[in-house]
Design a protein around this ligand. Structure first.
Ligand SMILES: N[C@@H](CCC(=O)N[C@@H](CS)C(=O)NCC(=O)O)C(=O)O
Length: 204
């Protein structure tokens, strides 16, 4: 297996965090530099049709893209510790929270950064309105998540799961917008982040 990955990008980072939590460190890695446009080459597009990272090439040559699908596959071959749920109920709730985080936290954050940060003009024909819209959505979800974390230690329940990974990768990427959860404004998210930093996922 070969993982095509890119430093500092949140979706490949989800896969790296997943691997660290599984204790897997022997996967072959190929670095693709997004800011230099390496992912737009015809060689890479032949692997990943939408020119996105990450991509996992299996030993038989087939390629999985979509970080969540890659993590699903890795969960199958490295089942412990379980990060996607065991019972139908737990699996469904983890999926619900993970998708909320991906679509209501990571996606608006991507708009905020990609349409607002000057370095991202190489990737994006920036639309000025999308940056504040993304920032607003991201901050609104952060506030909501802070409220959820008042009652439990993890995003999707009483144990660490893929939903924590997606949220932690988002919070990590938010540094590009100079954002991190403030101890007074978002105390629960702040302490959750400190807990994540102590775990394997936080050990870069
Ligand atoms: N849904 C995809 C999204 C992948 C994605 O957007 N990757 C970004 C890096 S975080 C990328 O390849 N960006 C390249 C570009 O926008 O040109 C996944 O989860 O893998």
């Amino acid at each position: 297996m070969k993982l095509y990955t890119s430093a500092f990008a949140p979706n490949p980072e989800r896969v790296h965090m997943f691997l660290r939590e599984k204790g897997v460190d022997d996967l072959e890695m190929v670095q693709i530099n997004i800011m230099e446009g390496e992912h737009k080459s015809s060689d890479y597009r032949a692997l990943s049709p939408f020119a996105q990272i990450p991509a996992l090439q299996l030993d038989d040559g087939r390629v999985l893209t979509e970080s969540r699908a890659i993590c699903r596959y890795l969960e199958g071959i490295y089942p412990e510790p379980n990060l996607f749920g065991t019972t139908p109920e737990e699996t469904a709730f983890i999926e619900m929270y993970d998708r909320r985080v991906e679509f209501m936290f990571l996606l608006p954050l991507a708009w905020w950064i990609r349409h607002g940060h000057p370095a991202f003009t190489v990737l994006e024909k920036q639309i000025a309105d999308l940056a504040p819209r993304g920032e607003k959505g991201f901050r609104r979800f952060a506030k909501w998540l802070d409220g959820e974390l008042a009652n439990r230690d993890f995003v999707a329940g009483d144990r660490f799961t893929i939903a924590d990974i997606t949220a932690f990768a988002s919070v990590g990427f938010a540094r590009v917008a100079k954002w991190k959860p403030d101890a007074e404004e978002l105390p629960n998210l702040h302490t959750w982040r400190a807990r994540m930093l102590e775990r394997p996922c936080g050990q870069k």
